[in-house]
Design a protein around this ligand. Structure first.
Ligand code: ATP
Ligand code: NI
Length: 358
């Protein structure tokens, strides 16, 4: 659904985005100094959209995702800005509330599946557990989960187990009924990633954050998972934030794309617009450095240099040092977003209307 971007300032509740990230800054206090991994990000997701977040390794995609979930690793913290889900602040929410939301409304597939599965429980049991928790949260406010489990006992357990197998089938684990008894170490990397997705989907979340959900998978299974994400969106109006450095995955799956560089969003547009008319020199560089599906033999032009590490002073435009179009002003004047087409915004002094453009 490529609905036009809705105004953040609209007073119509139907126009409110599901997720609204504003001015978000996340920093880590390390021996090297303070690392600013997310540096003033604004992001808005409307119900039923699949929104892509792309950028080179180290650009801050995972930290942004973890910040939204309230799961920033030590020694990091959110130092500025807000994350609002259905207009409720998550930055100010307590752990109890965050846990409640993470079990149902929001769920995340982490980039590192081995560290997010419990090694001591079978894969099926872990999915069944999520199903049970989700039912408890969804159905009962008066009865504690513990009591409810005792009363409902085996019947609910077998229902949760059946659902767990169904979810493993959904993410294309072969012989799901047998493999459900396996422990995470008995799964391949790709299967673990799919198991993580099964757990995330079994919450039937309103918002799914999927961090590189297909990276370890072969192309056929990758396509199946992407189909699954689209089907999920259609069936439940699930909003998905899809993080990847694979532009082909974005092109195929997302309604919108946000391009992230050194902790900042530098360009956003509907997917087709972004690929037909990339504007930011960084986006243009990313596309030129990626193999083309339609012309796999075309010469690739890597972007020279690398993503800054987020420590110390940066030029006003953090891409300036690597940018083929940089002018002295790019080092001095911070770029703000400019419109370069319908729903198409870019943070670059060298873009915009003739009057704006450097
Ligand atoms: N726990 C941490 N402590 C210190 N710095 C961190 C920590 N986690 C992330 N960072 C730093 O934050 C920056 C952004 O990292 P992040 O993992 O978000 O990048 P990414 O875009 O997800 O990259 P990739 O595509 O490789 O997954 C990097 O400079 C990284 O070193
Ligand atoms: Ni990452």
């Amino acid at each position: 659904m490529s609905s036009p971007r809705r105004s953040v300032h609209s007073t119509d509740p139907a126009d409110q985005p599901l997720l609204e990230v504003s001015g978000l800054r996340t920093q880590f206090y390390t021996d090297r100094g303070t690392v600013t991994a997310v540096d003033g990000v604004d992001l808005s997701l409307t119900s039923g959209e699949i929104v892509g977040l792309v950028g080179e390794s180290g650009s801050g995609k995972s930290v942004l995702a973890r910040s939204v979930m309230g799961l920033v690793d030590d020694p990091g913290e959110i130092t500025d800005g807000d994350v609002r889900l259905n207009d409720e602040s998550l930055v100010n929410a307590d752990d109890e509330r965050l846990n409640e939301l993470r079990g149902g409304t929001v769920s995340m597939v982490f980039q590192d599946p081995m560290h997010s599965l419990n090694p001591t429980l079978s894969v099926g049991e872990q999915i069944a557990e999520t199903v049970r928790l989700n039912q408890d949260i969804g159905e009962s406010v008066s009865l504690s989960a513990e009591i409810k489990r005792k009363i409902l006992g085996a019947a609910e357990d077998s229902e949760a187990w059946r659902r767990a197998i169904e979810m493993l089938e959904t993410v294309q684990i072969p012989e799901a009924a047998t493999r459900a008894d396996d422990f995470p170490h008995e799964f391949s990397g790709g299967m673990r990633q799919r198991a993580m997705l099964a757990i995330a989907l079994s919450c039937e979340p309103d918002l799914l954050i999927a961090d590189e959900p297909t990276t370890a998978l072969d192309v056929t299974i990758q396509a199946g998972i992407l189909d699954e994400l689209r089907a999920l969106k259609d069936a439940f109006d699930t909003t998905i934030l899809l993080i990847t450095h694979n532009l082909a995955v974005v092109a195929e799956t997302c309604d919108w794309v946000n391009v992230m560089y050194a902790g900042e969003i530098v360009e956003r547009a509907p997917t087709s617009v972004l690929f037909e008319n990339p504007s930011h020199p960084y986006t243009q560089g990313l596309i030129a450095s990626t193999p083309r599906v339609d012309d796999p033999d075309a010469a690739l032009k890597p972007i020279p240099g690398s993503v800054p590490d987020g420590v110390g002073e940066q030029p006003a435009c953090k891409f300036a040092k690597r940018c083929p179009e940089a002018k002295p002003a790019c080092y001095e004047d911070p770029p703000t977003f400019r419109s370069v087409g319908t729903d198409h915004e870019v943070a670059c002094l060298r873009r915009g209307t003739e009057a704006e453009r450097l």
